[in-house]
Design a protein around this ligand. Structure first.
Ligand code: TXA
Ligand code: MG
Length: 333
C-alpha cells in the first residue's frame, strides 16, 4: 500500500477525519468510537445536529454489532446488495452514540463498494461514520479534487480513490419489521429490492413516506451548486424564445427567499448568460457525471445553469437523479 493510504489510516487511528472514496460519493470519515471525530465532522460540514450520519462497515459481522435487530430479511438484503449503494436504517445498539444518529433510535448502515474504503475499515477494525464530503446544502463530491476544494480552509487530508463509479448517494431504506420505506432514492431501486425479497420468500410491504419525519436530513433544497440551477420540466416553457424565458426566470428568481430550512438559495445577480448542463442519455452514465458536470458548469461563471428535462427522463432508472436535480435547482419551471 502506498504512503497516502498509510497516512489516511494513521490519521483515522489518531482520531482525525479524512476525505474517503466510496463508489457513490466521497465521504468525510471518522471513527464511530471517537466522539471528537464525530463532532469534527458536524463542525467542518456545518451540518445541523438533527441530521444523522451513515455508518460504514466492512463486514456483516461488524454491521451486526451496530444494531439490536438482524432478521432474515436484513440478512438477505445485506448479502444481496453489500458491498454497494444501499443504506439500511435499523434499530441502533448501544455501541452507536446519539450524536451519530441525531438522537434517533435507528442507525443507517452500509458497506461501501470501494477497495480503499473497505481496507481502511478492515485495518482499523472499527466502523467509520461518513456523510458526503461537502458543506451542508451543497453538491456532493465525486472526485478527490472536489473534496479538496470544498474543505480548502479546513486542511482535510483526502485519500484519492479515483472518480466515483455510481456518482449519486446511496439508497436509504428504513427497515421496520416487515415494513420498508425508501427514505432516499439511489441506484438500488424499489423493484430490485422487491425482486430479491420475493425470490427469497421473505414477506414484506412497502409504505410510501408521506412526510420525511423518519429522515430528518431530508430537505427541500440540498445539493446546490455554486451558481443557480434552473430545471425546465414543462414542454411549453422549453419552447419559449430565450428572451421570454430570461424575463420569466428573472422575475421568479427575484421572488425567491434568501434561504429555506437553513439552506441558502443560490440566486444570480442577473439572468443574461445561460450554460446548459448536458448529461448522457444513459441513466447510469448520467448519474456518474451529474455532480461533476454541475461543478464544471458553475466554473464557467455563467449566471444560470439550465437543464431541459426530456420525455425519456422518466421511470425508475432516472428517479434518484431527478430527486437530486430538483433539490439542487433554485427554480423548477
Ligand atoms: O452514498 C452515501 O450514502 C454517502 C457515502 C459517503 O456513503 N453518504 C451520504 O451521507 O450520502 P449523508 O450524510 O450525506 O446522507 C445520509 C442521509 C442523512 O441525511 C439522513 O437523511 C439519512 O441518510 N439517514 C442517516 N441515518 C438515518 C437514520 N437513522 N434514520 C433516517 N435517516 C437516516
Ligand atoms: Mg449529503
Amino acid at each position: 500500500m502506498d504512503s497516502d493510504y498509510e497516512k489516511a489510516l494513521a490519521l483515522l487511528i489518531s482520531g482525525e477525519i479524512i476525505g474517503m472514496p466510496t463508489e457513490t460519493v466521497y465521504g468525510l470519515a471518522g471513527r464511530v468510537d471517537f466522539p471528537s471525530a464525530i463532532a469534527k465532522i458536524f463542525k467542518i460540514k456545518n451540518r445541523p445536529f438533527f441530521d444523522p450520519l451513515i455508518v460504514h462497515v466492512s463486514s456483516v459481522a461488524m454491521a451486526k454489532g451496530l444494531t439490536t435487530t438482524w432478521t432474515s430479511m436484513i440478512d438477505v438484503l445485506a448479502h444481496e446488495f453489500w458491498p454497494g449503494p444501499l443504506t439500511l436504517v435499523l434499530p441502533k445498539s448501544s455501541f452507536v452514540s446519539d450524536l451519530i444518529t441525531a438522537g434517533l433510535g435507528t442507525v443507517g448502515i452500509r458497506m461501501p463498494k470501494h477497495e480503499l474504503a473497505l481496507k481502511l475499515i478492515r485495518d482499523l477494525g472499527a466502523p467509520l461514520a461518513a456523510p458526503s464530503a461537502n458543506k451542508f446544502g451543497r453538491s456532493s463530491p465525486t472526485t478527490a479534487k472536489h473534496v479538496q476544494s470544498e474543505f480548502k480552509a479546513d486542511s482535510v487530508f483526502v485519500l484519492d480513490g479515483g472518480p466515483c463509479e455510481v456518482g449519486l448517494e446511496s439508497t436509504v431504506l428504513l427497515v421496520d419489521g416487515k415494513d420498508l420505506s425508501i427514505l432516499r432514492a439511489g441506484k438500488v431501486s424499489k423493484s430490485e429490492i422487491e425482486k430479491v425479497l420475493t425470490a427469497a420468500k421473505i414477506p414484506f410491504s412497502f409504505s410510501e413516506m408521506e412526510n420525511h419525519k423518519a429522515s430528518p436530513g431530508h430537505m427541500k433544497h440540498h445539493y446546490m451548486p455554486a451558481i443557480p440551477l434552473l430545471l425546465i420540466e414543462s414542454p411549453q416553457i422549453s419552447q419559449l424564445p430565450l428572451t421570454d424565458l430570461k424575463k420569466i426566470v428573472s422575475q421568479k428568481m427575484n421572488e425567491l427567499p434568501a434561504e429555506i430550512q437553513g439552506v441558502k438559495i443560490i440566486k444570480p445577480q442577473s439572468v443574461d448568460n445561460f450554460v446548459e448542463l448536458s448529461l448522457s442519455a444513459d441513466p447510469t452514465l448520467s448519474a456518474r457525471q451529474f455532480y461533476s458536470s454541475l461543478r464544471d458548469c458553475a466554473e464557467t461563471k455563467a449566471d444560470v445553469i439550465i437543464f431541459y428535462k426530456k420525455e425519456f427522463h422518466s421511470g425508475e432508472n432516472w428517479e434518484a437523479l431527478f430527486d437530486r436535480m430538483r433539490k439542487a435547482a433554485s427554480l423548477v419551471l
